[in-house]
Design a protein around this ligand. Structure first.
Ligand SMILES: [Zn+2]
Length: 295
């Protein structure tokens, strides 16, 4: 099957396209349909960015660069990868280890906008999952600016074959939207735009931050000390509402006390430096946005 013959709808997420094509295909089950495309994926999560499935789908479609930009959230991940990733010869599977998502306060299930669902049903005869609704921590529709919805029964996996109009009950992803959260979201959107238009700037932010914070050193104890020095400033710059919204562990105390975000990024012996969802880097850049010229 040549997927290039089929058109993805505007800003349709690649996994949504895969699901719709299966529904149109007449195949009796989703995995048999996938095997036909060289895919076998039972976990089609909104937060799964780098995978052999994504890579295969991109390969099946015509314009690699355009597909990545219009039908995935990959461009934002250039921030945590620290390099431009839409070049032809890079296999997205190399970054599989970066799909870490367990520590966030915001909902990570599939999100949808009520107005988009209504408009898409009228225009296309079906609804679909938009890529930009899945940008991490974003809570408003990029088109309508209304609050995004999540399933009352969260839709974690599109392998369950659900399109937005088939979801039985929705609830807003956020019930109280503060000025701090709005300001944060504007910044995420801004970084996302830059990641499309000037990817080298976004890919460089990580390296600039490491230098700016004096963390470009080998010694783990020294890095830890620097993190402990900076962390209170980082926390107070973001404010309690925002920091709890972004990082789940801030809302609960563990036996080791409160999570030190900077230490977990730069001085954790169990994890290689930089192996993180871009939200960590967006949060640091948000704190240092004046010095980075990102205001
Ligand atoms: Zn919308």
């Amino acid at each position: 099957m040549n997927l290039a013959l089929f058109r993805a709808f505007p800003n349709e997420h690649l996994f949504s396209l895969l699901l719709r094509l299966y529904k149109l295909s007449g195949y009796g089950d989703f995995i048999t349909f996938q095997k036909n495309l060289g895919i076998q994926d039972r976990f089609l999560h909104a937060t799964k960015v780098f995978s052999s499935t994504t890579e295969k789908l991109i390969t099946h479609l015509e314009d690699r660069d355009e597909t990545i930009k219009a039908h995935s959230v990959i461009p934002l991940w250039q921030m945590s990868v620290g390099q431009i990733i839409d070049v032809e010869d890079i296999s997205l599977q190399l970054f599989n280890h970066m799909n870490e998502q367990q520590l966030f306060g915001f909902d990570t299930s599939w999100h949808s906008c009520k107005k988009c669902r209504q408009d898409d049903l009228v225009t296309y005869g079906t609804s679909y999952w938009h890529a930009k609704h899945q940008l991490p921590s974003v809570f408003e529709c990029y088109k309508h600016h209304c609050t995004l919805d999540k399933g009352v029964e969260p839709i974690k996996n599109l392998f369950t074959e659900i399109l937005p109009h088939q979801v039985v009950a929705w609830s807003p992803v956020l019930s109280r939207i503060s000025g701090d959260l709005k300001c944060w979201q504007s910044f995420v959107w801004k970084i996302d735009v830059v990641s499309h238009d000037q990817p080298s700037i976004v890919a460089d932010i990580k390296h600039r931050l490491i230098k700016l914070l004096g963390l470009n050193i080998q010694s783990l104890p020294k890095r830890k000390a620097i993190c402990e020095l900076h962390n209170p400033h980082f926390e107070s710059a973001l404010g309690p509402v925002l920091i709890k919204y972004i990082f789940r562990d801030y809302t609960r105390s563990t036996q080791r006390g409160k999570t030190n975000i900077l230490s977990s990024m730069f001085a954790n012996i169990h994890k290689a430096q930089g192996v993180r969802n871009p939200i960590y880097w967006v949060a640091l850049a948000y704190w240092q946005r004046t010095k980075l010229g990102l205001n």
